[in-house]
Design a protein. Sequence first.
Length: 443
Amino acid sequence: MESFAEVWEQVLEYCKGTMAETTFKTWIYKIENPEFIDGTVVIKSSSEFRNTILKDKFYTILKEAFQSVLGGIELEIEFRVENGNNNENRKKENNINEYKEESSIFSNCNFENFIVGSSNKLAHAASWRVATAKLGSVYNPLFIYGHSGLGKTHLMMAIQNEIKKHNSGIRIVYTTSENFLNEFISCVTTQSNITFREKYRNADALFIDDIQFFGKKESTQEEFFHTFNDLINTNKQIVITSDRPPKEIEGLDERIRTRFESGLIADIQPPDIETRTKIIIKKAEQNNIKLSKQMINYIAEKIKDNIRQIEGTINKIAAMQSLYGIDPTMGSIQQIIHDIETDNRPVSAIVDDIIESVADKYDISKTDIISEKRNANISLARNVAMYSIREVTGLSLENIGSKFGGKKHSTVKHSIDTVEEKMSRDVKFKNTVYNIIKQFKDN
């Protein structure tokens, strides 16, 4: 990590994964040129209003993001209002380039820095072919699946970046399934379906991340089905990622499933030790870090299933070296990996553990909590579980609902509001909830 700019890129990725995409794009992504001055992060705004919002609403998440990226190191954050010619900022805030803005924070994701091994060879080769062939002519759609942190989004962004190198003015739309869903609901509510359809159906290439969340969303799937057909029929490229193959996405319309399967399905598996070693060496070189063979072997042996955790380890080593002049030692690397193993458990595992903890507390089964049963004790436990998951993981209301049989955004919000209201008037209940949350936030 040669500069504070690279630290900031990691902070952006952290924030992007912990809040609604619209919120991220409106407030965090549009922070212009933050600086690191005398141990303090300085964040500048063009207006007092924007400065106040950032300070009041986003100080905590930004503090947590820097601490996560820097391996527990805490930085002070100062917010300033900076006057001047802000025409360029206003252009960004008007979102004049909606097709490219969403993916620009992934500009460093390319084929050159993607390490190929036996676990991802097919996905990489297929992605390169899609990126370099005539648009829409091969592997359309391309469906890449695998567990979190294995490089699916990296390949998706590498395809986009390669396409843009050779096709000026091309209209690329990147979104997540959650954002697609939220946009669709908003357009239906405001009766602006035409604008929504123009955005997606006029794209030259459509990239959708985490398609598995479309399961059981019938109206959204119907809209996506027609979007998909329009694009395929006009030879526009579609690339999709998921954490599972189409046949395992519960509640996915059979018409959509068969269309996914008509293209190429490529999986990414956890990297073998040889690939992990190559990744560590490559990342260390990129960040000008000198690691001994013993250090490299230790990292490769300890982190087996998640490339993102390998990158996080190297980034934290680089941050300590760049910002504080601390060279890596076996002891510091062991501590960093211990922190990562503790803090970066899969969200799905954390969610399951929270539900189990709440079930034990209320003397009911996990099955009862995620069921449709509505007796008072089960309903209260379900509400507490939803609230605790939100507090610990930062998952969106939509994603939390999917863990409870596909409950609606509004249902989850009502459950969380119910818990907050009860906590405000019942100290014993408040302590019970805090104790449940504390056991996961302290781990």
